[in-house]
Design a binder for this molecule. Structure first.
Ligand SMILES: C[S@@+](CC[C@H](N)C(=O)[O-])C[C@H]1O[C@@H](n2cnc3c(N)ncnc32)[C@H](O)[C@@H]1O
Length: 194
């Protein structure tokens, strides 16, 4: 599996209005675009991809939401569709273990450190000043990306305390969903021997 973790520092942790994803929902639009960039092909889904969102906004942080490309249903490639599945997950009473809210979508209480420990993989931390991604081969990768705020010092310390590598997708600072598209494309090229 290819795993992507995206951290939403302001993303709310209670059900929200689908009409104001960037504002009242705490830049939930960024996380929705990341879900779509990670999972969607034209007329299909990437079944070997899982997306994990770390929601750190009020009123009940932190919460984790997962989308499993092999199992997800009722997801279409628009922000509102992903947002609606996130909202449904937040309607569940999140526990210390995963609870499925809709097929392929689950929620639990927890923070970045809990998720990294659970997945137990080497971390590929996306940073503008990391090692050039082109030509790299990834085996069961776990990518970590920030939202519009990047990662906090505390989050970087958590990553630095585990096996990790800093990787860059280019010299300019991009939106997180654009980085995900590039990463998927780089892996596609390696897999298809292009
Ligand atoms: C919009 S950027 C964050 C910008 C934020 N102001 C900062 O200074 O960190 C969102 C995330 O995309 C990733 N990112 C952006 N450009 C990148 C690049 N060229 N290479 C690798 N990762 C990148 C990083 O993980 C970053 O946290």
């Amino acid at each position: 599996m290819k795993d992507f973790i995206i951290i939403g520092h302001k993303a709310v942790t209670a059900p929200f209005s689908l009409n104001d994803l960037p504002g009242a929902a705490g830049r939930m639009d960024i996380l929705c675009r990341c879900v779509n960039a990670a999972l969607f092909l034209s007329h299909d889904l990437r079944r070997d991809v899982r997306v994990y969102l770390v929601l750190k906004g009020e009123p009940a942080p932190p919460k984790l939401i997962s989308f499993n490309g092999a199992e997800v249903r009722y997801l279409s490639p628009d922000e509102r569709s992903a947002a609606s599945l996130i909202k449904k997950a937040l309607e569940k009473n999140a526990q210390d273990f995963w609870t499925e809210s809709m097929p392929g979508v689950s929620i639990r209480k927890g923070e970045l450190g809990d998720l990294l420990a659970e997945l137990g993989k080497k971390i590929i931390y996306l940073r503008e000043d990391g090692k050039e991604v082109r030509g790299m081969r990834f085996d069961e990768p776990l990518f970590v990306l920030g939202d519009h705020m990047g990662l906090s010092d505390e989050e970087e310390k958590i990553i630095e305390g585990r096996e990790h590598e800093n990787v860059s997708v280019g010299p300019l600072s991009l939106h997180a969903d654009h980085c995900i598209v590039i990463l998927n494309n780089e892996m596609d090229r390696i897999e298809k021997h292009i």
